[in-house]
Design a protein around this ligand. Sequence first.
Ligand code: AMP
Length: 289
Amino acid sequence: MTTPELFTDPAAWQARCFAARDAGTRLALVPTMGFLHEGHLSLMREARRRADQGGRRGLALATIFVNPTQFGPGEDLARYPRDLAGDLAKCASAGIDAVLAPDDPGLMFPPGHQTWVTVEQASQGLCGDRRPGHFRGVATVVMKLFGLTRPHVALFGEKDFQQLAVLKAMARDLCTGVEVAGMPIVREADGLALSSRNAYLTPDERARALALSRSLFEARDAAAAGERDAAALSARARARLEAAGARVDYVELCHPETLAPVAQAAPGTVMLLAAFLGKTRLIDNLVLP
Ligand code: AMP
């Protein structure tokens, strides 16, 4: 287990990545905001696997950058948890070769930056409506990371289901040549989806946060037992969340690709929800069998 090469300067990172690619090396990228957990590490192990193909060792790459442009006013940018030393050790354990961790947002968004990426359809509804400008910030920073890295493949979690849809559309529409691949949600043993934001939860909120995954599992069971009415399924989930003292932001059943709301659940329909436990906003989702 070797410590990954650490870059804080995007230009030096770009030179390293371009030289590797020009030499025929396969590059796999995992963009993150750090404070890494098993969900991130599952993406990194997959990056290792996908970089090493055809009997040749590739480059498994990760970025750690708390991107200010994807946070709205009043959101948790200032208190977002950080632990670069711990993160580097975790990257090493997952087989990452090099990490870009710009230590100043101005390195990624220098004065004069004026180009923004807006993915229209996939950014509408759900988190796109509740967090105006969020996906514009995400798409722009990921496009920059693609430009800095030129990876063959980039790994993202299905935990952020709408984000994955936005980034797949962006990668395709802007002819990036990057394969955007999704990976399954990693959960705690009791069902809670891993998230860096779980660190904000008090023990009481942590216990009540189980209502998110439980309401999804309950909907899965109800759908398996024949309940198809999306309004009925979401009403039940909403009631369970409210009973746990969570403030519901949204509960919706959507088409897995277009993310358009559906009236009838079908196999493959995705149920997505967002709820506040105290000040902490958590999201989760589940694809119905
Ligand atoms: P973040 O650091 O929150 O921006 O997340 C970086 C990447 O890790 C994104 O692609 C997320 O979807 C993914 N991710 C976050 N939590 C999980 C999880 N519990 N399981 C799988 N992937 C995750």
